[in-house]
Design a protein around this ligand. Sequence first.
Ligand code: AMP
Ligand code: ZN
Length: 472
Amino acid sequence: MSIRFFNTYSRALEEFQPRASASRKIDMYTCGPTVYSRAHIGNFRAYVFEDLLQRHLELRDYKVRRVMNVTDVDDKTIRGARAAKIPLAEFTAPFKQAFFEDIETLRIKRANEFPAATDRRYVDKMIAMIGTLVSRGLAYQADDKSVYYRINKFPGYGKLAHFDLTQLQSTGRVKNDEYDKEHVGDFALWKAWDEEDGDVKWDSPWGPGRPGWHIECSAMATAILGDQIDIHCGGVDNIFPHHEAEIAQTEGVTGKQFVRYWLHCAHLLVDGQKMSKSLGNFYTLPDLLERGYTGREIRYSLMRVHYRAPLNFTWEGMEEARQALARIDDWLERLHETVADKIDPPKADKIDLQPGARFEEALDDDLNISAALGFLFESIRETNRALDRNELGAAAANAWLQWWERIESVLVIQPEVASLPAAIAALAEARMQARLAKDWRKSDELRDELSARGWEARDTKDGQKVTRRAGA
Ligand code: AMP
Ligand code: ZN
C-alpha cells in the first residue's frame, strides 16, 4: 500500500513520492528550537510528531536524512543575553543543552545534523543568498539599511498559506519598526545593526547586521540537504510567514521547487489556547518529570492524537497515557509468560487471532496514529480475552511479540532499562562492570545467563541495552 500525506501546499492528501524513489533516500528538514528559554511541551508535540514521521518512514524502509536547525540568534535571544548581561553564545548554551536532554528523555531520534544559525559557514551562505536575491530585484536595501524581500516580485508568494497578496494592501509607509519597507508584507532578510544588538553583528555588503529568522532556515536547509528536499515540517504557526518566506527565498535563489511535501502539526492547547511562552500557559519537560511522569508517558501523551488535530493538554490526559502504557506492559508480560511457559492449549488452533498489517497501514494513511493505536488496543483486548479462555498458545503469543517489536520501533514506549526486574537489572549491571573491566569471558557468561532467563543484552554505541528476547 502506498503512503499518503496531507500536503499543506495543495491542501490535499497526496501519494508520497519522494525524489529518489529507487534508492529510497529522503531528505527532511524540521524547524528546530529558538534557544532563548527551555522549550515547552507544545514545542515537543511538533518534535514528537516529526519523530513519529521519521520512524514510520524508516519502518517502511526509507532512509531518512534529517536536519533540525537551532536558532541561536534572533530578537529574543539577543534580548535575553542583554538582560542577563552575558555574551549571546553564553546565554544560549544552557538552553541548547537542555533541548538535547529533553529530546533524549522523549526518545526523539537525533537528527543527522543540528546546524546553528550563528555558525560562520551558514552566515556566509545567508549573505550569499541575500546577495543573489538583491541582484535579481527580489530584495532591496531600505533607508534603515536593512534588506527586505520584495514579496510582490515573487509570483508564488502566498501559495503555501493560501493567502491572497491583494489582501496585504500596503497602506503607504508604515510607521514604527517597519517604516522603510515598500510593502507591509515585505520581510527582513538582513537586519541592520543597532545599539540594542550590542556586539552581535556580522559584516555584510549592506553593512554590519544579522540575518532574519527566515533566511536562516533557507540557508541551513540548502547548505546541508541541497536545493530540493522531500519533506519540511513544523507546527501550523510556522506556515505563515516563516515557511512562506522560506519558499520565496530559496526558490528565488535556485529557481527550483524547494519542498515536495509540507507537513504541519496542529497545536498543543491549554484550555483551548495554544500553549506558548507568551501566554504563560506552558509546561516544560522538567515540570512534568517533577510531577512523577516519565519520559515515555509524556512521549505517548503527545503522540497519541493525529497530528493534524489539536490536542488539549490536561492532567487527566497524562493519567490516561499512564494507564495505556500500563496496559501495554501487562499485555507484553503476559505474552512473554505464555511463550516462556510453552503453553499450548488444546483450543489454541481454534481461533484465528494473528497480528495483521492494520497498524502500519493506518500510519501509511497520513500518519493516522489514533487509528493505529485503536487497532493496538483492540488487539490487546482480544488477545487478553483469548488468553483468559486458554485459547491462545505460545506460537500465537510469539507472533504477537514479533509484531510488537516492529511497531515498537515506531512508538518507542517500552519501559526503560531501569525498570527491569531486580534480578535482571543486577545481572545487567554485573555485565556492564565486567565489560568495563574488560573481562570478556565473564561478560559473555552473564549474557548467556540473561539469555537463559529470556533477556537479550546488546552493546550499542549508547551502552548496553537489555530487552526481552523476542520469542523468549
Ligand atoms: P519556536 O521555538 O516557537 O520557533 O517553535 C518551535 C517549534 O514548535 C515550531 O515548529 C512550532 O510550530 C512548534 N510549536 C510551538 N508551540 C507549539 C504548540 N503549542 N503546539 C505544537 N507545536 C508548537
Ligand atoms: Zn525554520
